[in-house]
Design a protein around this ligand. Structure first.
Ligand code: HEM
Length: 399
């Protein structure tokens, strides 16, 4: 039997060397020995994505993309289809788990300078993924055709319409006519599918780029000696495995104990173009950008600010002028960056409240800091900041 399987693997190896490629990239791959648990979040995102695609396929079997039937078909999945409620909870909870993983994943990258040379393309493919995930989530949220689906989409279409010259024709072209109707819903359904599967392709590209440069690590210095690294298996398969158990426990907790905690009650009422909800509130993962959209009185200004807040991330590898990667050795950045994280959380809270008084000012202060951090601090801070001495190896105890 072993002889036969050996000869089969040799036969395959000579024609399509997938087994040796897998071994090289996922078993023996050299990993820095000092990675902390923040390096688990890429794996979390991958698992959440896998579960989203799988549950999405089962939802699609029972969903009808028409204005008259979409809402009822979702209700049917929840109430009549066998285990439909579970599949839907996995799908809805998965979106939150994916975004939460991604925001930590990006924060980790910013803190340890994982975007710096030679990992710029890795960073850019990651941002491509973020845009695709956002587009997929936005399109997916419209599909149940609830009040928030309809009015949330309306806010975004109005923002698009505010673009001079191209805005209106672009919106009409995307939606296949004026406003949200059957044609638009059908297109949004197709968009949801296409972007979801493109994400999988992009993840392959992302991980391929990672395997060219290798993983960064908390010190930000490259492994120099052979014993600075350990093979991916068994060291990080077990570490990722433990992390995944905890991740799946939180995910299961969300699905089984609080499936509705992150969704809005308004979306359990069917879309009604004649009744605008009192407050149009986005899902939590879009709230920071929604707050930026509303931080200024001009619609176009808000749209440009919100798009720009993501746009600056693309320039980060070139904006950061410091030769030191990890914030661990950058005393001022080490304070400035957590403030950026707080600003992001504050924007999220502001996005869930009406844009008046206190919350309006919170969003204005936070968005100002966002731009200040990327456009002023990253390029100019290295002129005044004195970095701490870097360790000579990954194994040196933390000073
Ligand atoms: C669906 C979305 C994504 C998936 C599935 C994903 C997956 C992964 C995986 C599995 C890793 C290796 C493990 C780890 O370092 O955590 C990784 C590394 C990395 N990802 Fe992502 N990623 C995604 C989105 C992003 C985004 C949005 C960014 C940043 C804008 C990003 C930037 C990076 C960087 C810089 C690394 C290397 C980190 C290091 O070695 O320090 N990724 N990603």
């Amino acid at each position: 039997m072993t002889e036969r399987s050996n000869s089969l693997s040799e036969w395959l190896e000579a024609r399509l060397p997938v087994i040796s490629a897998f071994r090289r990239e996922y078993v023996d791959f050299a990993m820095p020995r000092n990675l902390n648990y923040l390096w688990n979040f890429g794996a979390f995102a991958t698992i959440a994505l896998g579960l989203l695609i799988l549950s999405g396929i089962f939802l699609a079997l029972n969903y009808t993309p028409t204005v008259t039937e979409a809402f009822a078909s979702i209700e049917m999945i929840d109430r009549q289809v066998s285990s439909g409620w579970l599949v839907r909870a996995i799908h809805m909870g998965g979106v939150s788990m994916l975004f939460a993983s991604l925001y930590v994943h990006i924060g980790r990258g910013l803190y340890y300078g994982s975007y710096k040379a030679p990992r710029e393309l890795l960073w850019l493919t990651g941002l491509g993924l973020l845009l695709l995930v956002m587009t997929t989530a936005f399109a997916g949220y419209i599909l149940p055709w609830g009040q928030m689906s309809y009015w949330g989409a309306t806010v975004v279409i109005n923002a698009l319409n505010s673009l001079p010259v191209i805005g209106k024709p672009l919106a009409a072209w995307l939606l296949g006519g004026e406003g949200l109707g059957n044609t638009a819903l059908h297109r949004i359904y197709v968009l949801h599918f296409v972007t979801a599967f493109s994400i999988v392709g992009f993840v392959v590209l992302h991980v391929a780029a990672l395997h060219v440069a290798g993983s960064n690590n908390p010190t930000g210095i490259e492994p120099a000696k052979p014993d600075d690294t350990v093979p991916f298996h068994p060291y990080y398969t077990t570490k990722d495995g433990l992390g995944l158990c905890l991740f799946l426990m939180v995910y299961a907790g969300l699905i089984f104990f609080a499936p509705d905690i992150l969704t809005l009650a308004d979306n359990y009422a069917q879309a009604n173009p004649l009744v605008t909800p009192r407050d149009i509130t986005p899902e939590w993962y879009f709230a920071p950008f929604y707050a930026i959209l509303r931080a200024v009185p001009s619609k176009l200004g808000g749209l440009l600010l919100a798009a720009g807040s993501l746009g600056v991330l693309f320039a980060v590898p070139w904006l950061d002028a410091s030769p030191v990667r990890s914030a661990r050795y950058r005393p001022i950045l080490r304070i400035a960056l957590p403030i950026l994280f707080l600003a992001f959380i504050a924007l999220g809270a502001a996005g869930m409240h009406p844009p008046t008084g206190f919350w309006l000012w919170i969003s204005r202060i936070a968005v100002t800091y966002w731009y200040l951090y990327f456009l002023i601090l990253l390029p100019y801070l290295p002129r005044v900041e004195i970095p701490k001495p870097l360790p000579s190896s990954l194994q040196e105890p933390r000073g």
